[in-house]
Design a protein around this ligand. Structure first.
Ligand code: 5HY
Length: 250
C-alpha cells in the first residue's frame, strides 16, 4: 500500500522529519511518501496560519491524487487543518495526526495530557478534543513554549523544554500517557519515552498505523453524505482552476 504524508507547513526539513518517522514505523510493503504545499506558512502557530495552510493541504491532495495511486493520506499538523475538506476531495482515507494520537492514547490510558509547542495554539487542540469527543480523556493541554521551527533550528533546547513539560505532566496531571502535539516532534518519541518514563504517543506514527489498518480493512472515506465529492461549481480569481472540478472522475 501507499500512504502519503502531507506536512501542511512549507518547511522542507520538517517534511523530511515527518517522512522519516513515517517510513521507520511503516510495515513491510507499505510505501510512505511525503510532501508539503509550495505556498503557505513556514510554520503553523495559530488560527490564521491554520486557515491558510488548509488550502495547501487540499491542493496537495488533489495534485498527488492526479499523479499517483495513493491508498491513504495523513495530514501531519497537530491542528488537523482542512481534514474534513480533504476527506471530501478524495476517496482515500485521510487521517489527522491529532485525531490519530487521541484515539491511540485512549486505547492504552484512561487519561492523557498533550504537550504542544506554544500555549496560544493549545486552544486548537482543545477544540479538536471537543470535536472528536476526547475532552474527558485529556487532563491538560500543555505547551513547552517553543516556536515550531525551533524543533528544526534549535532542536536540543527544544527537546529539553519538551521533556521538562512532559515530566511536569507526569508528576502533576494524574495521567497514563502523553500525546506529543506537533508534527515536528515525530522523531522525538523514543527519547521522550525514555527520559519521562510513561507512554508517549506521537501523531504521525499513530496516523500511519491507523491508515494501514483502514486500508487493510478495505475502508475508504464514505462518499455517502457530507464527505461526498464537492459539488462542481465555478470558482473565481486565483481559484478559477477549481471550476468544474470533477474529482469523482478520477
Ligand atoms: C504542527 N504547527 O504540527 C503544528 C503544531 C503546533 O507547523 N506543525 C506546525 O505546534 O501548533
Amino acid at each position: 500500500m501507499h500512504i502519503h504524508l502531507i506536512n501542511p507547513n512549507t518547511t522542507l526539513d520538517m517534511t523530511e522529519t515527518i517522512a522519516d518517522a513515517g517510513k521507520v514505523i511503516a510495515a513491510p510493503g507499505t510505501r510512505v511518501s511525503a510532501s508539503n504545499p509550495a505556498s503557505g506558512p513556514v510554520s503553523i502557530e495559530g488560527h490564521f496560519d491554520e486557515a491558510i495552510s488548509a488550502v495547501g493541504v487540499l491542493e496537495e491532495i488533489m495534485r498527488v491524487d492526479r499523479e499517483a495511486q495513493v491508498d491513504a493520506y495523513v495530514v501531519a499538523c497537530f491542528g488537523d487543518p482542512g481534514l474534513l475538506a480533504a476527506r471530501e476531495a478524495t476517496h482515500a482515507p485521510v487521517i489527522g495526526i491529532a485525531e490519530a494520537a487521541f484515539h491511540m492514547a485512549t486505547l492504552i490510558a484512561t487519561r492523557f495530557s498533550v504537550v504542544t509547542t506554544l500555549s496560544r495554539t493549545g486552544i486548537i487542540a482543545e477544540h479538536l478534543l471537543d470535536q472528536y469527543g476526547f475532552r474527558h480523556h485529556c487532563r491538560r493541554v500543555r505547551a513547552a513554549e517553543i516556536p515550531v521551527l525551533d524543533l528544526e533550528d534549535d532542536s536540543d533546547r527544544a527537546l529539553e523544554k519538551i521533556i521538562a513539560e512532559c515530566r511536569l505532566a507526569r508528576d502533576e496531571d494524574g495521567i497514563g500517557a502523553i500525546v506529543l502535539g506537533c508534527g515536528g516532534m515525530a522523531n522525538l518519541t523514543e527519547t521522550i519515552n525514555r527520559e519521562v518514563g510513561l507512554p508517549v504517543i506521537e501523531g504521525v506514527t499513530a496516523a500511519v498505523k491507523l491508515a494501514e489498518a483502514l486500508v487493510g480493512l478495505g475502508l475508504q472515506t464514505s462518499k455517502i453524505g457530507d464527505l461526498a465529492y464537492p459539488r462542481p461549481k465555478r470558482f473565481t480569481g486565483g481559484f478559477a482552476h477549481l471550476s468544474e472540478l470533477n474529482l469523482a472522475r478520477r
